[in-house]
Design a protein around this ligand. Sequence first.
Ligand SMILES: O=c1ccn([C@@H]2O[C@H](COP(=O)(O)O)[C@@H](O)[C@H]2O)c(=O)[nH]1
Length: 217
Amino acid sequence: MASVAEAERLVARLGDEVTFYKIGYRLGYAGGLAFARTLVDAGRKVFLDLKLHDIGNTVEEGVASVAGLGATFLTVHAYPQTMRAAMRGKGGSGLAILAVTVLTSYDEGDMREAGYAGGVDDLVATRTAQARDIGIDGIVCAATEAARVRAIAGPSRLIVTPGIRPAWADAGDQKRIVTPRDAIRAGVDHLVVGRPITHAADPFDAARRIVDEINES
Ligand SMILES: O=c1ccn([C@@H]2O[C@H](COP(=O)(O)O)[C@@H](O)[C@H]2O)c(=O)[nH]1
């Protein structure tokens, strides 16, 4: 979403079909943080996908600022310093910190290009174990990794998966994609669905088809 006005129109169009909204960079940098508060006040849940990563002090102070907005989730990259700082920053707020392991737009070739010697699965596993040991609230990974992540993270830590693509949707720049049905069957707690809904000719119909697929799984 490019603007709060556009986001407001989408929220109105989706009505009660969608109760949990993710706000990313584009809207976040265009008034989206104030809009998050509006959504929370309207009874919606908000996932702030800000993917913070910086020196510990900066992350801690940034998370402390965001913690008062009433959002449910906030993402940080799954680097140990960053995760520890985020957990300090959230203090006693109800904000859950989610650690992004390896972006779902990365495959093995992208890992090599970025300078990693190992593969996606092993880095997701390593970062999940570190996140668990730090006490992070949830893990962001592809649903293809959900079973291994669950085994490492334990039964109560949240698993949140972007890269969700119904069979009828384009993959776009996502490389590790899974259908809503297969993600639910893999034991994922929350599915992130963006363009299959926001770029659909009829977003309400797209959201309903995805909800139906989840409910039939
Ligand atoms: O590994 C990650 C972490 C975050 N994302 C974010 O999720 C949405 C996915 O949107 P789609 O349009 O459904 O591809 C997007 O905002 C990403 O920034 C991710 O895709 N992968």
